[in-house]
Design a protein around this ligand. Structure first.
Ligand code: 13P
Ligand code: SF4
Length: 403
């Protein structure tokens, strides 16, 4: 479990997620609060600068300059351009956590990303380093799809079916610290979208089955596309149905037990989007993230993590055409970056597809966080409790040790 430290700038802010009542959705949308039952945090305190303040860029720059080496700003690839311009490094969630760990002199790590990423950074950084998430409502709907209680219940179901002993949990980085701790406690590892195959190879050396959490698509795509398993080797555990909606026999017959979670952004790409873009743009290369549905991944030309997507476009020849199936902030940035080199890059789907929680970190929130820190007020700290941290770290370290 994570404690999101109450802000000094927010007297009366609740300290533990158990203590506060659920917040009405309208307040969440206004960006002042967060759902205490989710992996996000507790609330979003403080008086934010107005988004129309013409001095926001200058204010962010001045606060960052005042903090100097004390602050290190990390930006996930899906962040807005207005935020990315202040990032000291950009990357995927794993690279950013490692980058944070490599900066022990930075007292404050300002994480422009979502809650599970800030938790991972806290786990991997020193005890004296403070990780700050500029808006505590920046959660991840996929991470929210697997709670500690649900996963504990699932393990009971697996135990009852006589398969738990032979099952190794593998959890995607996009999960709460609680789920990472569960994974560490039960002999499993974390994976990212770039090392999922290596993690599964390792897991199948330890046991006969894998419980893959929480993204069914990454689990299925890796098992079937990269490891030669069949779709019949996979079953989907639905935490909202008794016994996950599976019989003991189905559990015994499966190699991959996939948690029924998905990314609401990548889940929107469809086979129709792929067929449409192939019709519209002759010779287009379709490149998608492995969080997309299996039928989309199967129809694509290339599949990979955000880092892979960037590298593939860097290496692409002038004149090549690309349709990208991942978050829109990144695709738009890449389209602008590579247009002068004559590479045509379009978004795979016709409808707009930002990650709404990634987008919660905007310039007003970043300015507020940086100015608060510069004034000596530690705000929106993300801190994983010691017990959760020790087991979650075990799972993360197993990933770091993967061949
Ligand atoms: P990567 O950046 O690890 O590819 O993950 C994508 C994602 O959905 C992050 O939330
Ligand atoms: Fe979560 Fe998907 Fe947004 Fe990533 S893109 S933070 S997985 S909802």
């Amino acid at each position: 479990m994570t404690t999101a430290q109450p802000s000094l700038a927010a007297p009366g802010a609740a300290g533990g997620s158990q203590d506060v009542q659920p917040t009405p959705l309208a307040l969440l949308l206004l960006g002042r609060e967060a759902d205490p039952r989710s992996e996000r945090g507790v609330e979003c305190p403080g008086d934010l600068p107005s988004p129309s303040d013409p001095d926001l860029v200058e204010r962010a720059r001045a606060a960052k300059e005042k903090l100097g080496d004390k602050v290190f700003v990390l930006g996930h690839h899906y962040q807005r351009d207005e935020v990315i311009q202040f990032a000291d490094v950009t990357g995927d969630s794993f690279k950013l956590a490692r980058d944070a760990a490599a900066r022990p002199e930075a007292e404050y790590i300002v994480f422009c990303g979502v809650h599970f990423m800030a938790e991972s950074a806290d786990i991997l950084t020193g005890d004296d380093q403070k990780v700050v998430l500029p808006d505590l409502a920046a959660g991840c709907s996929m991470a929210d799809m697997a709670t500690a209680e649900q996963v504990a219940e699932c393990w009971d179901v697996l135990t009852e079916a006589g398969v738990a002993e032979r099952t190794v949990p593998v959890s995607y980085m996009n999960s709460s610290a609680d789920i990472k701790a569960f994974t560490g406690k039960h002999g499993g590892t974390i994976c990212t979208s770039s090392n999922a195959k290596r993690a599964l190879d390792w897991a199948f050396e330890q046991g006969e089955k894998v419980l893959f959490l929480p993204d069914q698509h990454l689990g299925r795509n890796t098992a079937v596309r990269d490891m030669g398993m069949s779709l019949d080797d996979c079953v989907v555990y639905n935490p909202h149905r008794p016994n996950g909606g599976l019989t003991a026999e189905q559990l015994r017959g499966a190699k991959m037990i996939l948690w029924r979670g998905h990314c609401s952004v990548h889940g929107r790409f469809s086979l129709d989007s792929v067929n449409d873009v192939r019709e519209r743009i002759r010779g287009v290369n379709v490149l998608v993230h492995p969080e997309c549905k299996h039928e989309v991944v199967a129809a694509a030309d290339y599949v990979g993590s955000t880092e892979y997507i960037i590298k593939a476009l860097e290496a692409a020849p002038a004149g090549s055409k690309w349709a990208i199936g991942t978050e829109l902030n990144l695709v738009r940035r890449l389209a602008n970056r590579f247009a002068p080199e004559g590479k045509e890059i379009v978004f795979l789907d016709k409808t707009v597809c930002f990650c709404s929680t990634m987008n919660r970190i905007d310039l007003p929130h970043l300015v507020w966080a940086l100015e608060s820190l510069a004034e000596g007020n530690l705000v929106n700290r993300i801190q994983v409790d010691a017990e959760t941290e020790s087991f979650a770290k075990l799972a993360l370290e197993r990933m770091l040790a993967l061949p």
